[in-house]
Write a protein that binds this ligand. Sequence first.
Ligand SMILES: Nc1ncnc2c1ncn2[C@@H]1O[C@H](COP(=O)(O)OP(=O)(O)OP(=O)(O)O)[C@@H](O)[C@H]1O
Length: 630
Amino acid sequence: MTRFAAVDPGPEPEPGPESETESETGPATETATGSLPLARPADSFRMLWRHTLGQRGFVTLVGIVGLLAAVAGLVAPMVIGWLVDVLLAAGDGGAATDNGATASGGGTGASPLDPAGAIWWAAAAVAGAGLVAAVCAWAGQAWLARAAEPTVAGLREAVMDRALRIGSARLDGTETGDLVSRVAEDAREVSQAATTVVPLVVQSLFTVVVSGAGLAVVDWRLGLVGLLAVPMYWTTLRWYLPRSGPIYRQERAAFGTRASRLLGGVSGARTLRAYDAQGPELERIHAASAQARDLSIGVFGFLTRAFSRNNRAEAVVLAALLGAGYLLVTGGYVTAGAVTTAALLFHRLFNPIGALVGMFDQVQSAGASLARMTGVIDLPVPVRTGQLHGGALELAGICHTYRDGTPAVHDVHLEIGPGEVVAVVGFTGAGKSTLAQIAAGMVAPTAGTARLGGVELTEAEPVSLRGHVTMVSQEVHGFATTVAENLRVARPGARVEDLESALATVGAEWVAQLPHGLDTEVGEDGHRLDPMQLQMLALARVVLADPQLVVLDEATAEASSAGARQLDVAAARILAGRSALVVAHRLSQAVSADRILVMEGGRIVESGTHEQLRAAGGRYADLSHAWFGD
Ligand SMILES: Nc1ncnc2c1ncn2[C@@H]1O[C@H](COP(=O)(O)OP(=O)(O)OP(=O)(O)O)[C@@H](O)[C@H]1O
């Protein structure tokens, strides 16, 4: 789980535009690691409540049937108490009530009914109440699912929507991972809690409240004795909570280790057989398995101790209740039936309270997940209004340091005129990709300005920005839909002829060979495209977007492969007539550029054409000789 800390967003990359934001809510709590924020509990509940809109009818129904079920649960103790009074009255001719004590079940007094008839009435009442409780439980579960699933789905979509709208300028490395886990694991946690834990918690709470109230109604003195249980349960909770989290975490971690050991053993089985080396691996698996087993036994022991503490509290208070009941009965204040009812009602609290204690950490954990999801939903989205009209790209005094303190770019000055192609080369980690993302307006530099035609990129309105600047990054991604829809990401509503023409420009003739051509489903469950094919679709998207400036950071193909040559040709075609910043992961991508920049340690250390730089005999010349072998 993420650690909490005071609000400290760290160095905000873009003080100007980022400070002007649209947010529907107050600030969320930022985490110390610079990860995404966590919402306050009140904000989390507000968000949950807002997402139940449309399901509130079901929520109300769930509440009503939950209450009905809890009230139906009162019938058996009340009726049994009444029966006790009836039988006692029948046994000693009404002596049990001669002293004027109030009978159970609301003080109606013991009835002079014939015992056999009373037993039948009691049995019918208990059976009827049981039936009502069962129907209520069934309906409650069904309605809860109707209320919970759309609510969680809405929350998940809201997280995704906000994540996509804040864009990569706000998210870097750890934050992207954090975001994925909030959309996937946290949503699953909340969803599971909503459909499994919450019903039990709600039902238990209703039972506890209704039974407690019933106990007080039967006799307020017995109700007071029952209250003795509260501090005892509270002590158990105080003992249980600080221990349960670490124990369950250890157990989950051990399960994870055991699973990865088993998987490792299975996937490496051939190698192990080849060297007849199964022994040591089996020992490692055994050790991981034994650790998980021992921890599970420990968890069981821990739970038993927690429940035995509860049982102790229950036994002590039940004994006190019976003792007080005896005194009250002999003193003529209540009937034996009333004490029976009180004891049964108190006994009815045992299971729900045990369940509440046992589920407390799951509720806490779901609450933490909800806070993580709400933290993203509440993130302010920058309001950008700048309109681009073309012109030169000017980077002035660009510096960039990532949130974790890694310096990436230092004092870069660069101008790319209309139609000019500039390539950037350098070793891994030189800062090329960071510079490319700044030039594409995807990352706000920590210092300096990046402008297109005089308009700050980070102030440009998103549609205007994407209309003028397109970036093809190293990430190759195919959306789980058709090839056509993958292309239409760049131009929604593009005609089939436009798509075919874009594919022809980048030389992606293979699309026509796919089972359904442009309509072929791709992605995990569809036709699997290789990274080269996905990169070609990315280049075709550039043709469709038709931007003025292209930022190319493509590193898909192995140097000297046929694929690399194909991609180089495709890139050359899409760059024709546009200005471009090309991160050259293969030196062949740089040779024909109008200007080549060599980056080292975040700075530009050389600049010139291929020939000029080779003649200068500096770093580029060394790279070039090594690359081309001349
Ligand atoms: N999201 C990030 N968070 C923190 N540090 C980062 C992040 N991205 C890059 N860096 C660091 O910034 C520095 C510059 O990285 P960058 O990716 O810009 O270099 P590069 O020249 O493009 O390298 P490559 O050719 O491997 O892509 C490196 O030290 C890198 O580890």
